[in-house]
Write a protein that binds this ligand. Structure first.
Ligand code: ADP
Ligand code: MG
Length: 233
């Protein structure tokens, strides 16, 4: 993994609002990325944890895909609420509890209508706040928060600057990836990995890697390649 992921040129014909269908496509792409990399995620978790993170993310991906395919959820709020509930139901340990809180927190700030970049920033911040209520881990503690916090900050910065949706998500993906990379130089202070202390130095945190994959998937949903994969609009 790492930050060698290449993004294709953003698809310029995209509307500047994210519909429920767009949001479902973002999460479907994210689920596909988690599914594709789940073995590597378990390897990362086996360095300092119990080696089950890939399985947890595979189960998470299944639930997110099921939520995305459920046509009864027809608003951003309904889809995010359903996804959050499903991920919370996964028996996956610390990461799925935190991801479920993240999605549920996003749902709390989402409404019935399509999202503009300002609303996108607001729902991601609400998700981040929900995670911060569940854990004391902050950037620098070598957890998923090291990827999530800079990604959410990048979305807010892009919204303030009036960037298009595709650029916004590209900046978020790059920030999440850099955040995950940064965990190599950190010592774990939370989760199972904290018991390994200095031994965690030099290794990417598993949860930070999966968070970076999640944002990579969101971004892919708005690139020319992602559009081609899905036959365009
Ligand atoms: P478990 O640790 O229960 O086996 P996973 O292996 O699925 O759960 O996920 C491990 C990842 O979850 C870690 O790499 C870290 O990013 C994240 N994590 C674990 N505990 C915490 C915590 N207390 N705060 C924030 N993130 C955590
Ligand atoms: Mg684990």
């Amino acid at each position: 993994m790492g930050c060698s992921l290449q993004y294709s040129v953003p698809y310029q014909g995209m509307t500047e609002r994210i519909s429920t269908a767009d949001l479902k496509r973002m999460f479907s792409e994210a689920a596909r990325c988690l599914r594709d990399q789940h073995q590597q995620l378990s390897q990362l978790d086996s360095v300092a944890g119990d080696g089950d993170h890939g399985v947890a993310m595979l189960r998470t991906a299944e639930q997110v895909e099921a939520a995305a395919q459920d046509e009864s959820s027809q608003s951003p709020r309904a889809f995010l609420r359903d996804s959050g509930g499903r991920v919370l139901s996964v028996d996956g340990g610390a990461s799925t509890a935190l991801l479920g809180a993240f999605l549920t927190g996003m749902a709390d700030a989402a409404g019935e209508s399509d999202l503009d970049c300002e609303m996108l920033a607001a729902i991601f911040e609400s998700g981040m706040n929900a995670v911060s209520k569940q854990t004391r881990a902050r950037p620098g503690d070598k957890t998923m928060v090291d990827a999530l916090a800079p990604a959410v900050a990048a979305i807010r910065a892009a919204a303030v600057s009036g960037a298009p949706v595709a650029d916004t998500l590209q900046q978020a993906a790059a920030a999440a990836c850099a955040g995950a990379e940064s965990t190599k130089a950190l010592v774990a202070r939370y989760g199972r990995a904290k018991f390994q202390g200095e031994k965690t130095l030099g290794h990417t945190d598993a949860g930070a890697a999966s968070m970076a994959l999640l944002f990579h998937g969101f971004c892919l949903a708005f690139t020319a390649q992602g559009e081609m994969d899905h036959g365009g609009h």
